[in-house]
Design a protein around this ligand. Structure first.
Ligand code: ADP
Ligand code: MG
Length: 339
């Protein structure tokens, strides 16, 4: 057991209390008085005198030791209470600082992942913008015709609206991922987290010539989660899986991402690849911070992903029985009332 301030404070307090008790019961004062009386016992006047003297001694003088001791005990106990209060405040502050650092780390890793995707995301935005420009230009040209083909104009405007929505979705997802320190868990659908992450990673995975098979067994897998954090986990698992298959010919680079409901409302997401795999003795090692086999990576992805899984009351691990590549298993608990 660690001996903390509060243990010292309690020990001190107990010692003072026993000291106070023994002092209060101390016979010294009474013995002195009895001896004085004994010395003068033959003198009735002396006894009377002594009685008179003890009667006139003010209470403060008679009980001075006891009063002072009690005061010291009260003071010490107050000091104990204050020390405990200060210690508790310090503990709460340290916990808050730790949480903030964890969030900051998660945020940094998220933005560095976004950095990895930035080229592909620029392309993702460029496509609808180019198409909007082309459609707007042909719309302007159409206006010169007489009569104006209203149906064609309507089609052109419809395409512009669709492309605009596509670009807006990418920007909204990006902004959500960039938000700092958002931690609340909301009722949501696991499948939604998967499809929105895939929308973000689509061009990057295309550039890496990696195919993704999405198997969503149920139309809706209810969980409680924080969307940007879940997207961060899924993105990291997808990019890890793709990195692990970089040496394979493009036709063999395939990831299967699957969500399903397990017994008692528990939800499961698996990401399976046919890459280099992880040796059994490294399967827990890879979750430690700064463990990486990549030249330019920090090795924080899985450590942060696991802490996000735990903050959701869930788990993240690699399948022990799968050895044709790697299979990450991300489990989330049942949503209250769904079990
Ligand atoms: N799907 C996978 N297949 C093989 N090895 C993997 C896989 N996922 C993770 N790893 C190993 O775990 C290490 C740590 O992963 P991670 O924490 O995401 O950090 P990083 O991706 O920055 O290296 C990787 O460097 C890699 O060696
Ligand atoms: Mg990674």
């Amino acid at each position: 057991m660690k001996f903390e301030t509060r243990h010292w404070a309690w020990l001190l307090s107990i010692l003072c209390l026993s000291a106070a008790q023994s002092l209060a019961q101390s016979p010294t004062a009474d013995v002195n008085r009895v001896l004085a009386v004994y010395d003068n016992r033959n003198t009735a006047a002396a006894v009377k005198d002594s009685q008179a003297q003890s009667d006139v001694t003010p209470p403060w003088k008679r009980y001075r030791t006891e009063i002072l001791t009690m005061l010291a005990v009260v003071l010490l106990q107050s000091a104990t209470v204050i020390a405990l209060f200060v210690q508790r405040r310090r503990k709460i502050r340290l916990q808050a600082e730790l949480n903030l650092e964890r969030l900051e780390l998660a945020y940094l890793s998220r933005t560095s992942q976004l950095g990895e995707l930035s080229g592909a995301l620029a392309h993702e935005l460029n496509q609808p913008l180019t198409s909007i420009l082309a459609n707007a230009e042909s719309g302007v040209r159409l206006l010169d015709n007489d009569p104006i083909d209203v149906n064609e104009l309507r089609d052109i405007l419809g395409d512009i609206v669709l492309d605009n929505k596509r670009a807006a979705t990418v920007i909204t997802q990006l902004r959500r991922l960039m938000i700092r320190g958002e931690t609340s868990l909301e009722p949501m659908d696991f499948n939604h987290a998967v499809t929105t992450t895939l929308a973000l990673a689509r061009s990057e995975l295309l550039a890496r010539q990696t195919r993704v098979d999405v198997v969503l067994d149920m139309p809706d897998v209810p969980i409680r989660g924080n969307l940007p954090q879940l997207q961060q986990v899924i993105l990291n698992l997808l990019l890890n899986a793709s990195d692990a298959m970089a040496h394979l010919p493009p036709s063999q680079r395939e990831i299967v991402i699957r969500t399903r409901k397990r017994e008692r409302g528990v939800s499961e997401l698996t990401v399976t690849d046919r890459g280099v795999g992880i040796a059994p003795q490294r399967r827990s090692e890879v979750f430690k911070p700064f463990v990486s086999t990549k030249k330019t990576s920090l090795g924080l992805g899985l450590a942060i992903s696991r802490s996000i899984a735990q903050a959701h009351g869930g788990t993240l691990r690699f399948d022990e029985s799968f050895d044709e590549g790697a299979r990450a298993i991300f489990i989330l608990p049942a949503r209250t009332g769904d079990a």
